[in-house]
Design a protein around this ligand. Structure first.
Ligand SMILES: [Zn+2]
Length: 86
């Protein structure tokens, strides 16, 4: 999506909301809660052909905070039996 093409419909009608102000605050929800005291502002990319929205955390320090605060999701292979390879 950041390269200007929509992953859903293939259109190049992609617009970036990276300079929208305010990105976060009491009257907007354009942020995700990271912890009790921290919000991470988001950059939104919108495809105006199909309406698809993709969001990215805009600040590297928020990503670091998530690495420390959030549990990682373990990759899973539902369709293959991992034990058979041993
Ligand atoms: Zn699209």
């Amino acid at each position: 999506m950041k390269n200007g093409s929509c992953p859903k419909c293939g259109s190049s009608e992609v617009y970036a909301g990276t300079e929208v102000f305010p990105k976060s605050g009491p009257f907007t929800c354009n942020a995700i809660p990271v912890s009790l005291t921290a919000m991470a502002p988001l950059d939104n990319y919108v495809c105006t052909a199909c309406g698809y929205v993709e969001s990215y955390i805009s600040q590297e320090e928020d990503i670091d905070r998530i690495r420390q605060k959030w549990p990682p999701v373990q990759p899973s292979n539902e369709s293959t039996a991992q034990d058979e390879d041993e």
